[in-house]
Write a protein that binds this ligand. Structure first.
Ligand SMILES: [Mg+2]
Length: 314
């Protein structure tokens, strides 16, 4: 792939994820959201302020750039340093960060979450896009890195699986040429056949495939795929929304938000996928201009790309 194309995909992914998060944040937890309401709100809001999804994505990118890989001790430290309580973190994640700050190991703190089950929320999947970018050409390294990046806060197999499935999907979007149609059947075949390990995810991903081959309304998507904070109720949903709107970044984000529920995280994952596939130029300029810390996030994606390219060309 041309270096320039790859750069645009890195930028599109990280900026896209942040924009999806910030746009979705206005509607988090709501159920009935009309397209008119979303577009009107976006016109009147002066700033697109991001939430924990993006703050943690930034942390993961910063840590990968420093270490040239996913280094869990540095990663959790970065999450703690970046932590801003006004970003809407889930209480499970807050608890893990506090425990590690007080001296517990991340393994212990993360494992204790949710009565010793570990979290199966979408918190590891929502921040994983830098892993999908950095390991786009190394599927095995990607799986290991996505698992590690999840484990520091989300240790339940379903929480980890959400991160692996999302990272793998980002890597496929990076490798795909937007001038050709997205080979969605190949992606779903890979995910169902070799990436997903749990029945829950395999069943959901199968439902994504079925939903793409017929006309389904919003209620049916929410019922079959979900729109909640659990990894399995949001990662397959994001993949579905991206694949359904693969040619149009704006349509994909708006479609994600209109599903309601965990709108910031689902739209953020959709933004990461769409931006990875279509590149930075597909992102509406009026959205990028309003994005809080937009220049920092774009610069970070650029550094991640430079770090990656320097390793490839060695
Ligand atoms: Mg959030």
């Amino acid at each position: 792939m041309f270096k320039e194309g790859l750069r645009s995909k890195f930028l599109g992914c990280m900026v896209g994820a942040a924009i999806g998060d910030a746009v979705g944040a206005f509607f988090e937890g709501r159920w009935r959201i009309s397209l008119e309401e979303v577009t009107a709100r976006l016109l009147e809001e002066p700033t697109l302020r991001y939430t924990d999804d993006t703050e943690m994505t930034i942390g993961l990118a910063e840590s990968i750039i420093r270490n040239k890989r996913v280094e869990p001790d540095d990663l959790i430290k970065t999450f703690i340093e970046n932590f801003d309580p006004s970003r809407g973190y889930g209480w499970g994640t807050i608890k893990v960060l506090r425990r590690v700050e007080r001296g517990e190991s991340w393994r212990e703190a993360s494992g204790k979450a949710f009565g010793g089950e570990g979290s199966f929320g979408n918190g590891a999947a929502m921040r994983v896009s830098p892993v999908g970018l950095f390991y786009y050409d190394d599927p095995e390294g990607l799986v290991t890195a996505a698992e590690l990046s999840s484990l520091v806060t989300h240790s339940n197999p379903l929480g980890i699986e959400g991160a692996v499935v999302q990272a793998y999907s980002v890597s496929m979007a990076v490798k795909s040429d937007p001038r050709e149609g997205f080979r969605w059947k190949d992606l779903l075949e890979d995910l169902i056949g070799k990436i997903a390990r749990t029945e829950v995810f395999r069943r959901k991903l199968q439902a994504v495939k079925e939903s793409l081959t017929k006309k389904v309304d919003r209620e049916e998507v929410v019922e079959k795929l979900g729109n909640g904070v659990e990894a399995f109720n949001s990662v397959p949903t994001a993949i579905y929304v991206f694949l359904k709107n693969s040619k149009d970044f704006r349509a994909a984000i708006l479609d994600a938000v209109c599903l309601g529920g965990d709108t910031d995280t689902i739209a953020s994952m959709v933004g990461a996928l769409s931006g990875s596939y279509l590149g930075f130029q597909a992102i509406p300029d009026e959205w990028f201009r309003k994005l809080e810390d937009g220049e920092y996030i774009r610069g970070l994606a650029e550094k991640l790309w430079e770090t990656k390219v320097s390793l490839i060309s060695r």
